[in-house]
Ligand binder design. Structure first.
Ligand code: BEZ
Length: 253
């Protein structure tokens, strides 16, 4: 398994087992984009291609990009045109009718470069529809991880996520020539099918990977124990404190 630039390893089978809610909860975004037959659409951070398939099913010609070679291989195994690319350095110019992105852009440190690449990839008048973690996303989880890693000598900057406010993200869209139709935060408490351990295994492996191997399980167990009072109910059901930032914008023609 390779790791991305944030040190996060990706594993398509683990993702499907621990985080099936990511494409499930992203499905309404496909409806919002309303892909049409014959359109060319770019899916940024396509992962294993679950939503890319839904875009293609509408008759659009879809290109998926993802930073993870493992995820791109999983998307290609579905017959998709998927390519390894950094969302902050998209290699496209004026060729797409729409760009789409679900649950990916918060892994990108440079949102300015990502939005610039989206604008560059689109034809004039093209639309952009997406969701990412927004300001306050996974605040409890991030606080617990910062505490566990802080005790071991790592600063808060060990967390690889970037959760913008709606105002800041809308401003970036506008800077790069988009007319913003909507850009807003919505809390979305999200049940975790395999609990906090499964979530941390999938999404925090890069963080714990900074620790000596023989301390990683203890660190994960400490984070789970810290989070239990806030995110686990009396029947052992875990809910992540997600906040989504959803945007709909159109490149000024
Ligand atoms: C999210 O989709 O909000 C998310 C996923 C993994 C880590 C942090 C946030």
């Amino acid at each position: 398994m390779t790791s991305d630039s944030a040190g996060q390893p990706w594993d398509a089978a683990g993702y499907a087992a621990h985080a099936p809610f990511v494409p499930e909860l992203g499905a309404p975004l496909v409806a919002l984009l309303a892909p049409r037959p014959g359109e060319r659409i770019l899916d940024i951070g396509c992962g294993d291609g679950t939503l890319t398939v839904a875009l293609a099913a509408a008759g659009a010609a879809v290109v998926g990009v993802d930073a993870s070679p493992e995820m791109v291989a999983a998307a290609r195994a579905r017959g998709l045109d998927a390519r390894v690319a950094d969302a902050a350095a998209l290699p496209f110019a004026g060729e797409f009718d729409a760009v789409f992105s679900n649950a990916a852009l918060h892994w990108v440190p440079d949102h300015d470069a990502a939005v610039a690449g989206m604008a560059r990839a689109l034809k004039p008048g093209g639309r952009a529809v997406g969701e990412l973690g927004g300001f306050g996303n996974v605040a409890a989880i991030a606080t617990a991880l910062a505490a566990v890693m802080g005790r071991r000598g790592f600063a808060d900057s060990v967390l690889p996520w970037h959760f913008p406010t709606a105002a800041r993200f809308a401003e970036r869209l506008a800077w790069h020539g988009f007319t913003v139709e909507s850009c807003a935060l919505t809390p979305r408490p999200t049940p975790l099918p395999t609990g906090m351990s499964g979530w941390l295994e999938t999404f925090a492996a890069g963080i714990f990977g900074r620790l000596p191997p023989d301390d990683r399980t203890a660190a994960r167990d400490e984070a789970v124990a810290l989070l239990r009072p806030a995110l686990c109910d009396e029947d052992d059901n875990w809910t992540a404190d997600y906040v989504r930032l959803r945007f709909v914008a159109r490149l000024t023609a």
